[in-house]
Design a protein around this ligand. Structure first.
Ligand code: KIV
Length: 272
Protein backbone atom coordinates (compact mmCIF):
# COMPACT_ATOMS: atom_id res chain seq x y z
CA UNK A 1 0.00 0.00 0.00
CA UNK A 2 1.25 3.49 -0.73
CA UNK A 3 0.26 6.90 0.53
CA UNK A 4 0.07 9.54 -2.24
CA UNK A 5 0.87 13.14 -1.31
CA UNK A 6 -0.37 14.66 -4.58
CA UNK A 7 -2.16 13.83 -7.83
CA UNK A 8 0.80 14.87 -10.00
CA UNK A 9 2.03 12.07 -12.28
CA UNK A 10 5.52 11.31 -11.06
CA UNK A 11 8.43 10.62 -13.38
CA UNK A 12 9.67 7.03 -13.17
CA UNK A 13 12.53 5.13 -14.82
CA UNK A 14 9.88 3.49 -16.99
CA UNK A 15 8.71 6.89 -18.26
CA UNK A 16 12.30 7.97 -18.95
CA UNK A 17 12.73 4.82 -21.05
CA UNK A 18 9.52 5.63 -22.93
CA UNK A 19 10.80 9.14 -23.55
CA UNK A 20 13.90 7.74 -25.25
CA UNK A 21 11.78 5.37 -27.33
CA UNK A 22 9.49 8.11 -28.61
CA UNK A 23 12.34 10.60 -29.13
CA UNK A 24 11.33 13.04 -26.40
CA UNK A 25 14.46 14.60 -24.89
CA UNK A 26 14.94 14.30 -21.12
CA UNK A 27 15.68 17.46 -19.09
CA UNK A 28 17.86 17.11 -16.01
CA UNK A 29 19.39 19.70 -13.67
CA UNK A 30 21.24 19.52 -10.39
CA UNK A 31 19.55 20.61 -7.15
CA UNK A 32 20.90 20.74 -3.63
CA UNK A 33 18.25 22.48 -1.51
CA UNK A 34 14.50 22.70 -0.89
CA UNK A 35 13.77 26.16 -2.34
CA UNK A 36 15.59 25.56 -5.63
CA UNK A 37 14.07 22.07 -5.93
CA UNK A 38 10.51 23.49 -5.66
CA UNK A 39 11.25 25.93 -8.52
CA UNK A 40 12.91 23.36 -10.79
CA UNK A 41 10.22 20.74 -10.16
CA UNK A 42 7.35 23.16 -10.78
CA UNK A 43 9.09 24.37 -13.98
CA UNK A 44 8.92 20.82 -15.35
CA UNK A 45 12.45 19.41 -15.07
CA UNK A 46 12.19 15.61 -15.49
CA UNK A 47 15.17 14.51 -13.39
CA UNK A 48 16.82 16.33 -10.48
CA UNK A 49 20.37 15.25 -9.68
CA UNK A 50 21.61 15.82 -6.15
CA UNK A 51 25.11 15.97 -7.57
CA UNK A 52 28.33 15.76 -5.63
CA UNK A 53 29.03 19.06 -7.44
CA UNK A 54 27.44 20.40 -4.23
CA UNK A 55 31.02 20.10 -2.98
CA UNK A 56 31.98 22.86 -5.46
CA UNK A 57 28.93 25.10 -5.76
CA UNK A 58 27.48 24.82 -2.26
CA UNK A 59 30.60 24.30 -0.13
CA UNK A 60 33.25 26.08 -2.22
CA UNK A 61 35.66 23.14 -2.52
CA UNK A 62 37.91 22.90 -5.56
CA UNK A 63 36.87 19.30 -6.32
CA UNK A 64 33.98 16.92 -5.59
CA UNK A 65 36.16 14.70 -3.42
CA UNK A 66 35.62 16.24 0.06
CA UNK A 67 31.82 15.95 0.25
CA UNK A 68 30.67 13.26 2.68
CA UNK A 69 27.82 10.77 2.63
CA UNK A 70 26.12 12.60 5.54
CA UNK A 71 26.32 15.88 3.61
CA UNK A 72 24.86 14.27 0.47
CA UNK A 73 22.00 12.86 2.55
CA UNK A 74 21.32 16.33 3.99
CA UNK A 75 21.17 17.88 0.49
CA UNK A 76 19.07 15.02 -0.92
CA UNK A 77 16.49 15.07 1.87
CA UNK A 78 16.10 18.86 1.41
CA UNK A 79 15.54 18.38 -2.34
CA UNK A 80 13.05 15.55 -1.84
CA UNK A 81 10.88 17.78 0.37
CA UNK A 82 10.54 20.23 -2.55
CA UNK A 83 9.64 17.72 -5.26
CA UNK A 84 6.24 16.53 -6.53
CA UNK A 85 7.00 15.25 -10.01
CA UNK A 86 10.70 14.88 -10.83
CA UNK A 87 12.73 11.67 -10.47
CA UNK A 88 15.49 12.40 -7.94
CA UNK A 89 18.91 10.79 -8.40
CA UNK A 90 21.54 11.12 -5.67
CA UNK A 91 25.30 10.88 -6.30
CA UNK A 92 27.21 8.36 -4.21
CA UNK A 93 30.12 10.54 -3.03
CA UNK A 94 33.80 9.70 -3.39
CA UNK A 95 34.87 7.10 -0.85
CA UNK A 96 31.38 5.74 -0.20
CA UNK A 97 31.40 2.95 -2.82
CA UNK A 98 34.88 2.37 -4.27
CA UNK A 99 36.04 0.15 -1.37
CA UNK A 100 33.84 -2.87 -2.02
CA UNK A 101 30.30 -3.78 -3.01
CA UNK A 102 29.07 -4.18 0.60
CA UNK A 103 30.14 -0.63 1.35
CA UNK A 104 28.45 0.56 -1.85
CA UNK A 105 25.21 -1.13 -0.82
CA UNK A 106 25.44 0.22 2.76
CA UNK A 107 25.92 3.77 1.46
CA UNK A 108 23.05 3.38 -1.00
CA UNK A 109 20.69 2.07 1.66
CA UNK A 110 21.54 5.05 3.88
CA UNK A 111 20.76 7.45 1.00
CA UNK A 112 17.46 5.74 0.16
CA UNK A 113 16.27 5.43 3.78
CA UNK A 114 17.50 8.75 5.16
CA UNK A 115 16.84 11.06 2.18
CA UNK A 116 13.96 9.44 0.31
CA UNK A 117 15.86 9.69 -3.01
CA UNK A 118 14.63 7.61 -5.93
CA UNK A 119 17.92 6.25 -7.27
CA UNK A 120 21.69 6.66 -7.15
CA UNK A 121 24.48 7.59 -9.58
CA UNK A 122 27.99 6.13 -9.51
CA UNK A 123 31.03 7.10 -11.58
CA UNK A 124 32.85 4.40 -13.54
CA UNK A 125 32.47 1.26 -15.64
CA UNK A 126 33.82 -2.29 -15.33
CA UNK A 127 35.79 -1.45 -12.17
CA UNK A 128 32.59 -0.88 -10.17
CA UNK A 129 30.61 -3.75 -11.70
CA UNK A 130 30.19 -5.69 -8.42
CA UNK A 131 28.86 -2.61 -6.62
CA UNK A 132 26.31 -1.93 -9.34
CA UNK A 133 25.09 -5.54 -9.28
CA UNK A 134 24.73 -5.41 -5.48
CA UNK A 135 22.82 -2.09 -5.49
CA UNK A 136 20.51 -3.22 -8.29
CA UNK A 137 19.81 -6.48 -6.46
CA UNK A 138 18.46 -4.37 -3.56
CA UNK A 139 15.93 -2.85 -5.99
CA UNK A 140 17.54 0.58 -6.26
CA UNK A 141 17.68 2.20 -9.73
CA UNK A 142 21.26 3.00 -10.81
CA UNK A 143 22.41 5.72 -13.21
CA UNK A 144 25.94 5.31 -14.62
CA UNK A 145 28.42 8.13 -15.32
CA UNK A 146 31.23 7.80 -17.90
CA UNK A 147 33.63 10.10 -19.76
CA UNK A 148 34.91 12.90 -17.53
CA UNK A 149 34.31 11.51 -14.05
CA UNK A 150 35.25 14.33 -11.63
CA UNK A 151 35.89 11.97 -8.68
CA UNK A 152 38.95 10.75 -10.70
CA UNK A 153 40.29 14.24 -11.39
CA UNK A 154 43.69 13.49 -9.86
CA UNK A 155 44.06 10.52 -12.22
CA UNK A 156 43.11 12.61 -15.29
CA UNK A 157 45.04 15.71 -14.18
CA UNK A 158 42.71 18.12 -16.05
CA UNK A 159 39.01 18.74 -16.78
CA UNK A 160 39.55 18.60 -20.57
CA UNK A 161 37.48 16.53 -23.03
CA UNK A 162 37.82 12.75 -22.50
CA UNK A 163 37.88 9.82 -24.92
CA UNK A 164 39.34 11.69 -27.88
CA UNK A 165 41.72 8.78 -28.55
CA UNK A 166 40.46 5.46 -29.98
CA UNK A 167 41.47 3.30 -27.02
CA UNK A 168 39.62 5.43 -24.45
CA UNK A 169 36.60 5.76 -26.77
CA UNK A 170 36.48 1.97 -27.23
CA UNK A 171 36.69 1.41 -23.45
CA UNK A 172 33.86 3.94 -22.95
CA UNK A 173 31.62 2.10 -25.43
CA UNK A 174 32.37 -1.24 -23.74
CA UNK A 175 31.66 0.25 -20.31
CA UNK A 176 28.38 1.76 -21.52
CA UNK A 177 27.27 -1.61 -22.92
CA UNK A 178 28.23 -3.29 -19.64
CA UNK A 179 26.27 -0.75 -17.55
CA UNK A 180 23.22 -1.38 -19.73
CA UNK A 181 23.64 -5.16 -19.47
CA UNK A 182 23.92 -4.94 -15.67
CA UNK A 183 20.60 -3.08 -15.54
CA UNK A 184 21.41 0.64 -15.17
CA UNK A 185 18.37 2.69 -16.18
CA UNK A 186 20.40 5.56 -17.76
CA UNK A 187 23.96 6.82 -18.20
CA UNK A 188 25.44 10.33 -17.96
CA UNK A 189 28.21 11.02 -20.50
CA UNK A 190 30.33 13.98 -19.48
CA UNK A 191 32.58 16.04 -21.76
CA UNK A 192 33.24 13.66 -24.65
CA UNK A 193 33.20 14.24 -28.43
CA UNK A 194 29.71 14.66 -29.86
CA UNK A 195 30.21 11.86 -32.45
CA UNK A 196 31.18 9.35 -29.75
CA UNK A 197 28.15 10.30 -27.62
CA UNK A 198 25.95 9.86 -30.71
CA UNK A 199 27.35 6.35 -31.30
CA UNK A 200 26.66 5.39 -27.69
CA UNK A 201 23.11 6.82 -27.72
CA UNK A 202 22.34 4.96 -30.95
CA UNK A 203 23.90 1.68 -29.79
CA UNK A 204 22.19 1.57 -26.39
CA UNK A 205 18.53 1.12 -25.61
CA UNK A 206 18.65 3.00 -22.26
CA UNK A 207 18.60 6.84 -22.07
CA UNK A 208 21.95 8.61 -22.47
CA UNK A 209 22.10 12.03 -20.78
CA UNK A 210 24.87 14.36 -21.87
CA UNK A 211 26.79 17.23 -20.31
CA UNK A 212 29.25 18.61 -22.84
CA UNK A 213 28.46 15.59 -25.04
CA UNK A 214 26.63 17.34 -27.89
CA UNK A 215 23.04 17.25 -29.14
CA UNK A 216 22.69 13.63 -30.34
CA UNK A 217 21.94 12.10 -26.94
CA UNK A 218 18.61 11.42 -25.23
CA UNK A 219 18.72 14.26 -22.71
CA UNK A 220 20.84 17.04 -21.22
CA UNK A 221 22.03 17.84 -17.71
CA UNK A 222 23.63 21.05 -16.40
CA UNK A 223 24.69 22.27 -12.98
CA UNK A 224 21.89 24.66 -12.02
CA UNK A 225 24.20 27.35 -10.61
CA UNK A 226 26.06 27.42 -13.95
CA UNK A 227 22.99 27.63 -16.21
CA UNK A 228 21.42 30.35 -14.04
CA UNK A 229 24.63 32.38 -14.13
CA UNK A 230 25.19 32.35 -10.36
CA UNK A 231 28.80 31.30 -10.98
CA UNK A 232 30.49 33.95 -13.10
CA UNK A 233 33.89 32.36 -13.53
CA UNK A 234 32.91 28.93 -14.91
CA UNK A 235 32.58 29.32 -18.70
CA UNK A 236 33.10 26.02 -20.51
CA UNK A 237 32.11 25.88 -24.18
CA UNK A 238 29.23 23.47 -23.50
CA UNK A 239 27.48 25.79 -21.02
CA UNK A 240 24.48 27.87 -22.09
CA UNK A 241 23.58 30.57 -19.57
CA UNK A 242 19.83 31.11 -19.27
CA UNK A 243 20.06 33.99 -16.78
CA UNK A 244 22.58 36.29 -15.17
CA UNK A 245 21.54 35.76 -11.57
CA UNK A 246 24.93 36.91 -10.33
CA UNK A 247 24.23 40.44 -11.59
CA UNK A 248 20.54 40.38 -10.61
CA UNK A 249 21.34 39.24 -7.06
CA UNK A 250 24.29 41.61 -6.67
CA UNK A 251 22.15 44.60 -7.74
CA UNK A 252 19.30 43.58 -5.42
CA UNK A 253 21.62 43.22 -2.44
CA UNK A 254 23.37 46.53 -3.20
CA UNK A 255 19.96 48.26 -3.34
CA UNK A 256 19.00 46.71 0.01
CA UNK A 257 22.26 47.83 1.65
CA UNK A 258 21.74 51.35 0.27
CA UNK A 259 18.11 51.47 1.49
CA UNK A 260 19.10 50.35 4.99
CA UNK A 261 21.95 52.88 5.19
CA UNK A 262 19.77 55.71 3.88
CA UNK A 263 16.94 54.74 6.28
CA UNK A 264 14.59 54.29 3.30
CA UNK A 265 13.87 50.71 4.44
CA UNK A 266 11.67 49.95 6.23
CA UNK A 267 9.06 52.64 5.55
CA UNK A 268 5.82 53.13 7.50
CA UNK A 269 3.88 50.58 5.42
CA UNK A 270 6.55 48.01 6.11
CA UNK A 271 6.25 48.42 9.87
CA UNK A 272 3.60 47.33 12.46
O1 KIV B 1 27.66 16.18 -9.64
C1 KIV B 1 27.20 16.62 -10.72
O2 KIV B 1 26.75 17.76 -10.83
C2 KIV B 1 27.23 15.73 -11.88
C3 KIV B 1 26.81 16.31 -13.19
C4 KIV B 1 27.89 17.13 -13.74
C5 KIV B 1 26.36 15.28 -14.14
O3 KIV B 1 27.57 14.60 -11.76
Amino acid sequence: MSVHKSDVKKITTHQLQNMKERGEKISMLTAYDYSMATILDAAGVDVLLVGDSASNVMAGHETTLPITLDQMIYHASSVIRGVNRAFVVVDLPFGSYQGNSSEALRSTIRIMKESGGHGVKLEGGAEIKESIIRILSAGVPVMGHLGLTPQSIYKFGTYTVRAKEDAEAQKLIEDALLLQELGCFAIVLEKIPSELAKRVAEKLQIPIIGIGAGPHVDGQVLVVHDMLGINKEFKPRFLRRYADLHSIMTDAVKNYVQDVKSKDFPNEKEAY
